[in-house]
Design a protein around this ligand. Structure first.
Ligand SMILES: Cc1cc2nc3c(=O)[nH]c(=O)nc-3n(C[C@H](O)[C@H](O)[C@H](O)COP(=O)(O)OP(=O)(O)OC[C@H]3O[C@@H](n4cnc5c(N)ncnc54)[C@H](O)[C@@H]3O)c2cc1C
Length: 388
């Protein structure tokens, strides 16, 4: 019997710091997430004080420099943190991803020094919760079509429009919002919860990511001070750069969900007896388990290499698309198939497969759908745009 999910000794490629970071997040997930996650997911609500807890273990903005409250870690460490959190639940990883890559990253990259000092340390500690508004009711895969817009009024702008499917919007203190100016140029800004005309109603009845809240962002003549606009970025490359960082984290994160399913199925297959022997002794079940570990190993290698390229500033958006697409599909396939190994037991909340499978339906859709990432790879290799 070999319960090891590091089949190709990828640990040899990690530093001591990487392993320590992974171990501390793994312990946090074992103690704080796994014992309660089914209860919160079933109740369709978020874990109280989750963001502060994530902040206390350095899981928010891990690669943001320490002077701004981050942990100053590298991209492999960031990936490993996402992997361990998603072994707990994709909703937990999503909250950390959004705060790190979609809120802290653009503030760090594009804001003024004053804005960085104002928001980053509190976001890193979880004292403030952030969300990211790009998707709109009429524009998901094609964010360039966005209709949310603002007009210049001297020392402030007036913002109008709506965003949809926004992770953590109902609990967020600030929102990084992308909107068009009067010339149609996309700009980023921070909208604060208490601003008049701004609301963030919750989207009810989700079957997926039930342990995190999702909602809208509605702007009705919201007066946003000019100092909340990011001065250092114009155009869609602003939000797309954030998505690159988040998609990279997702590529690692889903490996955690896949490993959780694989380990549960392997253990169950060795304990459950039918026709006089453990079901893990039947060829059909072994085929599933062997293929799970093969796919997990391939995904681990893809991520490790992508992480080293990202550390060197050489990872391309198309490479990140390939990893996001491949790894999320790998994880959702393992969640669905591993559930079958548990037979009827696979559908109850005592085991994580149904929850992971349902969560991964969102993960395969958000941050660029499975099909959109294929089109990105297709365009990269042919030079021909098949989007429109
Ligand atoms: C739980 C959850 C959380 C989310 N969190 C956030 C968030 O925090 N912030 C944020 O801004 N957004 C968020 N999103 C939105 C997410 O990124 C979008 O749902 C996603 O980009 C797809 O957009 P859409 O839902 O409008 O689908 P559409 O764009 O309408 O796509 C519908 C289908 O058409 C396909 N399609 C679209 N264009 C093409 C094409 N050119 N060729 C072939 N097929 C195509 C798609 O692949 C898809 O299968 C979240 C979504 C979910 C479900």
């Amino acid at each position: 019997m070999n319960m090891n999910t590091d089949y190709y000794q990828i640990d040899d490629l990690l530093t001591e710091e990487h392993k320590l970071v992974r171990q501390s997040v793994r312990e946090f997930v074992q103690q704080e997430i796994k014992p309660v996650i089914d209860k919160y997911a079933q109740a369709h609500t978020d874990i109280p004080d989750l963001m502060k807890k994530l902040g206390s273990i350095g899981a928010l903005g891990p690669y943001i420099p320490e002077e701004y409250g981050g942990a100053g870690l590298d991209q492999i460490s960031y990936g490993l943190i996402m992997q361990e959190l998603e072994a707990g639940d994709s909703a937990i990883r999503s909250s950390a991803s959004v705060q790190s890559s979609l809120v802290m990253f653009p503030i760090h990259e594009y804001a003024t020094e004053e804005q960085k000092m104002k928001w980053l340390p509190k976001l890193a500690s979880g004292e403030l919760v952030g969300c990211f508004g790009l998707t709109e009711p009429n524009h998901g895969s094609n964010p360039g079509g966005m209709e949310t817009k603002f007009v210049d009024k001297g020392d402030h702008v007036i913002l109008n429009g709506a965003k949809m499917w926004i992770t953590n919007s109902p609990i967020a203190d600030i929102a990084v919002v992308w909107a068009k100016d009067e010339e149609g140029i996309v700009r980023g800004m921070v909208v604060e919860k208490e601003m008049e005309g701004f609301s963030a109603p919750e989207t009810p009845n989700k079957w997926s990511l039930r342990a995190s809240k999702t909602g809208e962002l509605v702007f009705e003549n919201v007066k946003v001070p000019k100092e909340n606009l990011f001065p250092n970025i114009k155009g869609l490359k602003g939000p797309l750069s954030c998505l690159n960082s988040a998609r990279y984290g997702i590529s690692w994160g889903v490996i955690g969900a896949a490993i959780d399913c694989y380990e549960t199925a392997l253990q169950y297959s060795l304990e459950r007896t039918q026709f006089g022997k453990p079901i893990g002794g039947f060829q059909l079940q072994q085929k599933k388990l062997a293929e799970f570990l093969t796919e997990i190993t391939k995904a681990q290698l893809l991520c490790w290499r992508l992480g080293t390229l990202k550390n060197e500033g050489r990872a391309t958006p198309a490479q990140i698309s390939m990893a996001k697409r491949n790894n999320v599909k790998m994880a959702i396939d393992i969640a669905r198939e591993s559930r079958q190994i548990l037979g009827g037991m696979g559908i109850v909340g005592d085991y994580p497969m149904m929850r992971h499978a349902a969560n991964l339906e969102s993960v395969i859709t958000y941050e660029g759908t499975h099909d959109v990432h294929l089109l990105i790879t297709g365009m990269d290799i042919t030079g021909i745009n098949a989007f429109s």
